[in-house]
Design a protein around this ligand. Structure first.
Ligand code: IMP
Length: 190
């Protein structure tokens, strides 16, 4: 079964296909012209916007979209929806989190991922959510992954996501959890 995955990022597509390896689903990129305006006020709204934009350019295909971000408790859930545009470069985003958290003792944080699946008529079939709990490190560590991985210590470990191999991250991440729920739902469609 081919499902469009609403991203312009081939790396993200590859990650999603690696996580779902072994299932009957193959995710493919949207047709040309995919350019969502992510102006929703929740992860749910933004994942719906991305799914509908993928459907607009790939009419007649089932479409799956995700929206994700890092929510830090002591920063009232920031950067949250704004994780991708919290500061300039990724290093600047990491530096900003570390300096904003410096006065706080509570370093609890979580990654959230919401996925929305549309059917071949563009109607919502299923929404899934995955969370990964952890805390923000005092300094960055690790070379793997992307985004905030070097400062996110996964609950129950003393490793940042960037210290983990891709295989391990793909078993415990917010995206892996949301996708696992979504794939179980897709199985029921057969
Ligand atoms: P989006 O879901 O592609 O809009 O991603 C939002 C932003 O959240 C990314 O640009 C990253 O900054 C951050 N983010 C989402 N998932 C992860 C992750 O697994 N590791 C690190 N950062 C992440």
């Amino acid at each position: 079964m081919k499902i469009v995955f609403a991203t312009g990022n081939p790396h993200k597509l590859q990650e999603i296909n690696e996580i779902s390896n072994g299932s009957a689903v193959e995710f493919v990129l949207p047709n040309e012209g995919f350019n969502p305006e992510e102006n929703g006020s929740t992860f749910e709204e933004n994942s719906l916007i991305k799914a509908q934009e993928a459907f607009r350019v790939s009419t007649g295909m089932m479409c799956l979209a995700d929206d994700s971000g890092l929510c830090v408790e002591a920063l009232n859930g920031a950067p949250g929806l704004h994780s991708a545009r919290y500061a300039g470069t990724q290093q600047e985003k990491i530096d900003k989190i570390l300096s904003e958290l410096a006065p706080h003792t509570n370093r609890k944080a979580k990654f959230i991922c919401v996925m929305t699946l549309l059917d071949t008529d563009g109607e919502v079939l299923h929404v899934s959510k995955g969370e990964c709990q952890g805390e923000i490190a005092k300094s960055q560590s690790g070379k793997n992954g992307f985004g905030y991985d070097p400062v996110f210590i996964v609950e129950g470990t003393n490793l940042t996501m960037a210290d983990m191999s891709e295989d391990v991250k793909n078993k415990i991440s917010h995206r892996a959890k949301a996708l696992s729920d979504m794939l179980s739902f897709i199985e029921t469609l057969k």
